[in-house]
Ligand binder design. Structure first.
Ligand SMILES: [Zn+2]
Length: 272
């Protein structure tokens, strides 16, 4: 079953989690319902892509209102395709919400066990991975392109939570809208790195399609990394939505040849 359900024109929510965990807000935005123009039309939420800053802020306010989660409670990052995950607290609220220079530097993952904080990251094809340990109130989200994926940022989050006393068996994961294997062609260099981390795994997440060209399933690869890190298979949900296939719903860096907007992953506990 597809975990992401379209709530309104601006975003999809992880419906099974929203029903199961009261107070949780978690999902992924679409490209529609905003005010940006041209290649950023219309709900671009990324500051760093060359769009008008005033339009990005207006778009963020639209999503904040729809979610009923004020912008001054959002946390945003300067993402660098690395494997740093950072625990955030109320003291971080508002960083990177309406001004990119105030983003939390050099991080591709956030987690928190506090309420009233919305963790947000930007995407156009890379994989959003959401985490929750309901018994501990811990939530998190990360950004995994091929670099972060093969460097195993997904494992990084599991290990960070482990230090807080949370075991892999306590953790539920959802892998969100991102580029599918049909749309994602990579070369030997990337596939060699994938091979290095999946020596003992059956069912490789890539296929040779031409000499030196492979289609790579980043979602399946991240799922295998999470299984190896100890997350039970029945606690991992994976979307079928592809950001490149679905040009009505999503921006895609590959499809749009680099000049495009960004969607936002979000997860937070509403203040009760
Ligand atoms: Zn696709």
């Amino acid at each position: 079953m597809e975990p992401f359900v379209r709530d309104n024109q601006s975003y999809l929510t992880i419906e099974p989690w929203m029903q199961q965990f009261p107070g949780l807000v978690a999902g992924f935005t679409t490209k529609t319902g905003g005010v940006s123009h041209g290649e950023f039309a219309s709900l671009n939420l990324g500051f760093h892509v060359g769009d008008q800053v005033t339009d990005v802020c207006a778009n963020r306010l639209i999503v904040a209102k729809e979610l009923d989660f004020p912008l001054n409670r959002w946390v945003g990052a300067e993402q660098i395709h690395d494997i740093v995950v950072k625990k955030v607290t109320k003291a971080d609220c508002g960083k990177g919400a309406d001004f990119y220079d105030h983003s939390i530097k050099g991080t591709d993952g956030f987690y928190t066990n506090e309420t009233g904080i919305l963790l947000t990251l930007c995407y156009a094809d890379c994989v959003p991975i959401y985490f929750i340990a309901p018994d501990f109130g811990m939530i998190g989200v990360l950004h995994a392109g091929w670099k972060g994926t093969v460097a195993q940022i997904a494992r990084q989050m599991v290990e960070a939570w482990n230090k807080d006393g949370i075991k892999p068996g306590d953790i539920h994961v959802t892998i969100g809208p991102s580029i599918c294997e049909k749309c994602y062609i990579v070369d030997n260099r990337v596939v060699n790195l994938v091979e290095n981390i999946l020596e003992d795994v059956d069912g490789k997440p890539y296929n040779l399609i031409n000499d030196g060209q492979y289609s790579l399933d980043l979602r399946a690869l991240n799922r295998q990394i999470l299984l190896k890190a100890g997350i039970p298979a029945q606690q991992i949900m994976v979307t079928n939505l592809c950001t490149s296939c679905d040009s009505e719903l999503f921006f895609s860096h590959r499809r749009d040849q680099g000049k495009t907007g960004r969607m936002l992953s979000f997860i937070g506990w509403k203040e009760i």
